[in-house]
Design a protein around this ligand. Structure first.
Ligand SMILES: [Fe+2]
Ligand SMILES: [Fe+2]
Length: 403
């Protein structure tokens, strides 16, 4: 049995082309399953891992059918039972917007260096060179077009997951005010699918397949029958990931239509995470046993690390540098400045939210310390900030960077 990732990398490098990729994929799936040492985690993520990483369910070019099972929670008395959710519902109705009102007539040329989708510094020309990637100016623009289309494609696939998860959670949540609020989130996510899909189709002319790791997360949340796990996964973890990614791209892009589109989406997403924090905070404090809470603490930590370590953009690797060993590609992706910013923004949102809902207990804190996440402990959680303050923070950082 090959004991370490390094051994696997060395073996993989001795193999020819396509076989090499398949063997590397297999070892990666094994590494994922090996990381889930806790049997409860393996139970929650393992089957989805097999479907996503080995069977490649998301890449078969056919609709995927995933069985969803959860209990729908009815209440025939329609209580006003959660004022903070009622307030979010009122704000969400007020904040509705139409995709048609974005400036779609903007002329977007993905290869125009004057109005870049992402600036050259996002990828870092030095970082590319250090990892043996040499591109002409024209190739580099095409590469940036591919990377932007890849990111937006993953946003789109994530939004489809969010749309279905929002619908399921609306059925399953026990707060009646939460159900009314949830209806607005379903509408929001539908609109997000609409705008990302339209932008990719009309402006970038590209759509990438779903990343295997994103597929695994979505699949495991669809099949988990516990509503609070769906909630934790979707409203806190994936929405946190999305806010990190949207925030980074919003700050970095110079393309005005994309910037405006992301601004509108971020405003909606800020409400979604706020809702997640409010619903889970009360539930985890009042309803769960110590054992159930410990399981969620472990799950959240492991999923946060999975999200940090595993979005390796292999779809781009296969298209652009199929001959490059995947281990070298992983090192390159790990060093790209834009990806590092995304990880920073993601954790600066995620960690305070985990604290607020009561999952950063003394039992798991040392693990976060070891992973270098201590500096985010004191940040503002989603219920302590508005979409406006979030966007202001991103704008301020952009101006400081330019100065
Ligand atoms: Fe969304
Ligand atoms: Fe959302």
């Amino acid at each position: 049995m090959l004991g370490t990732r390094w051994d696997a990398d060395r073996l993989v490098n001795l193999l020819p082309g396509r076989v090499r990729v398949q063997v590397d994929e297999f070892f990666e799936a094994l590494a994922l399953l090996a990381e889930l040492r806790d049997p409860r985690l393996l139970y929650a993520l393992g089957p989805a891992g097999v479907r996503g990483m080995l069977l490649k369910r998301g890449k078969q070019g056919a609709p995927t059918r995933i069985r969803a099972s959860h209990k729908a929670h009815f209440n025939w008395e329609y209580p006003a039972d959660q004022p903070e959710m009622a307030e979010l519902y009122a704000r969400a109705k007020q904040g509705q917007w139409r995709a048609e009102d974005l400036p779609w007539s903007t002329d977007v040329d993905p290869l125009n260096p004057e109005v870049p989708l992402i600036p050259s510094s996002f990828l870092g020309p030095d970082v590319l060179r250090e990892h043996g990637v040499r591109l002409s100016a024209a190739e580099e623009l095409k590469f940036r077009h591919s990377v932007t289309a890849w990111m937006l494609s993953q946003f789109l696939h994530g939004e489809q997951g969010a749309l279905f998860a929002a619908a399921q959670v609306t059925e399953a949540v026990q707060f009646f005010d939460g159900k009314l609020y949830g209806a607005t989130q379903v509408m929001d996510e539908g609109r997000h699918v609409e705008v990302f899909s339209r932008y990719l189709d009309e402006k970038l002319g590209r759509l990438y397949q779903i990343n295997d790791n994103l597929y695994v997360l979505i699949d495991s949340l669809m099949t988990d029958s516990r509503w609070d796990m769906k909630f934790l996964g979707m409203q806190i973890m994936i929405e946190g990931l999305a806010l990190g990614a949207f925030g980074t791209l919003y700050r970095q892009t110079r393309e005005p239509l994309l910037k405006q589109l992301l601004r509108m989406v971020i405003q909606d997403e800020a409400r979604h995470v706020h809702y997640g924090v409010v619903a889970l905070r009360d539930h985890i404090r009042d309803e769960l046993s110590a054992r159930e809470r410990a399981e969620r603490e472990d799950w959240a930590y492991e999923v946060a690390l999975l999200m940090r370590n595993r979005f390796m953009a292999y779809e781009i690797h296969e298209e652009w540098f199929p001959a490059m060993p995947r281990a070298r590609w992983r090192r390159l992706v790990g060093a790209i400045p834009g990806m590092n910013e995304f990880r920073q923004v993601m954790f600066s949102r995620l960690v305070p939210n985990l604290r607020e809902i009561g999952l950063l207990t003394p039992r798991v804190l040392p693990r976060y310390e070891r992973a270098g996440l201590t500096r985010f402990f004191g940040g503002a959680s989603a219920n302590q900030m508005t979409a406006e303050s979030m966007l202001e923070g991103l704008d301020r950082q952009t101006i400081e960077d330019a100065a």
